[in-house]
Design a protein around this ligand. Structure first.
Ligand code: GH3
Ligand code: MG
Length: 422
């Protein structure tokens, strides 16, 4: 432009447009979790809907008028079109990355980058508006918008540079995360495109085209609402099935499979952040005799009664599950085995107590094994230690608790020992 040569489109535009390809390649290299094919396809459909919705707005506000004013598609129009489309591709690329789940340490940078991209959309649309209504001159106010947008992107790069690496992803695999609500974003995009259609077609004679537009809008709205309702119903059903699959029917505690999944997560968290974590295994003493003497139904009532009694004494973060027949297990995040002993004492309050069942009364006691995460490599090791401590409590005569303790490995005594108080 300075040389008063052919200003637009020029080789400079080719270089500017390279920005989109390089940045897109960069976004594609972000580590995200692997997705199943169906999941990828759904994400693609959602993103494509939102993208076309955004592109329609840009077309209506800026590009459509530009193309018709400058006599149809030519190189200049295509290049003008390429800028906001590139902005949108990158903007939705970043948004979809955030929706798919990225490393925690990249979230802030990507959010700032998305703001920068939105400013680019505004700048490129203003540019089109300026070229449409007058002539663009270097130094126009729109230049400041570009520069501010670039500064925001620089901030994004700087935020990424200064972040400490947190490799875990913000979105877990689907079986670990709770059912997400159905997203309304695609419907907003559809509504937006129809709003534009009605806006642009408001002078169209009602018969026949106007009627067709109205019919299409009404049908799409009805189908969208119907689909959203179906999604909501599905979600409620899925939540119900999930609860059935995860919860033990007799005790209302987690079943063993779900408990183990949660235990893995809690263990990994405690291990990574070096936080205390205690495990407590509880077993009813001589339960076979209760069954034999009073029948299985009464036995069931004892198990569920003890489960309820334990659950009422736990904190919201604690995880309780039914490990097997008459065996319950509790994980206590943020708790050392010393602190777990207090809970064991409170849970043993009912030891020797007599439960009245109909006309008969039966005494029962429980034994408890406690272990903590110190020195455990994995969940299995922690649970095995709690089990050993429980075995020791049984051996000591039942109706008591025992703590598993590791003795200083440099000492000549056996590496592992059990300590406990009745
Ligand atoms: P110990 O003090 O050594 O634990 O003796 P115990 O008799 O309790 O022995 P154990 O824990 O091995 O016995 C568990 C029994 O629990 C065996 C099984 O018949 C019974 N059981 C397992 N699941 C259920 C259940 O859902 N309901 C009832 N009523 N009994 C069950
Ligand atoms: Mg037992």
């Amino acid at each position: 432009m300075v040389l008063h040569q052919k200003a637009y489109p020029s080789w400079a535009d080719a270089a500017y447009l390279c920005f989109y390809f390089v940045t897109l390649a960069g976004l594609l290299t972000f580590p995200t979790r692997r997705r199943a094919r169906g999941e990828r396809f759904r994400l693609f459909l959602d993103m494509a809907t939102v993208f076309v919705g955004g592109a329609s707005v840009i077309w209506y506000v800026a590009l459509g008028p530009a193309v018709s004013a400058q006599g149809g598609f030519n190189l200049a129009n295509i290049v003008t079109f390429a800028y906001p489309v590139g902005d949108l591709v990158l903007f939705f690329g970043v948004v979809s990355l955030l929706a798919r789940g990225v490393r925690r340490s990249s979230v802030t940078a990507l959010k700032i980058f998305a703001v920068g991209m939105l400013m680019f959309v505004a700048a490129d649309m203003s540019y089109t508006y300026v070229t449409l209504h007058s002539t663009y001159l270097g130094g126009d106010p729109v230049d400041s918008l570009w520069i501010v947008a670039l500064m925001v992107m620089f901030l994004a790069a700087s935020a990424q540079w200064h972040s400490t690496l947190q490799p875990e992803l913000t979105k877990a695999a689907p079986q670990q995360q709770p059912m997400s609500r159905p997203s309304i974003t695609p419907y907003v995009a559809v509504a937006m495109s129809y709003f534009l259609l009605i806006q642009a077609g408001r002078h169209v004679v009602f018969d026949p085209l106007g009627g067709l537009i109205l019919g299409a809008v009404v049908i799409t709205s009805l189908v969208s609402v119907r689909q959203l309702t179906a999604l909501r119903d599905n979600r409620e059903l899925a939540i119900g099935y999930r609860a059935l699959a995860d919860i033990d029917g007799l005790t209302g505690l987690y079943n063993r499979r779900r408990f183990m999944d949660l235990a893995e997560e809690v263990f990994a968290h405690a291990h990574r952040l070096d936080l205390p974590l205690a495990a407590m295994m509880i077993d009813i003493d001589h339960f076979k005799q209760i069954n034999d003497q009073f029948g299985h139904m009464c036995g069931d009532q004892v198990i569920s009664g003890i489960a309820r009694f334990c659950q009422e004494r736990l904190r919201p973060d604690d995880i309780a599950g039914r490990y097997g027949g008459d065996e319950l297990i509790i994980l206590l995040p943020g708790t050392t085995s010393e602190a777990a002993v207090h809970l064991a004492e409170r849970l043993s309050e009912r030891n020797g107590e007599v439960t009245k069942l109909g006309a008969s009364a039966m005494p029962f006691t429980i034994s408890i094994g406690i272990a903590d995460v110190t020195g455990c490599r994995d969940t299995a090791a922690l649970l095995a230690r709690a089990d050993l401590a429980l075995y020791e409590a049984k051996r000591a005569g039942r109706a008591c608790w025992r703590v598993y303790e590791e003795i200083d490995p440099s000492a000549s005594a056996p590496v592992e020992a059990i300590v406990g108080v009745e």
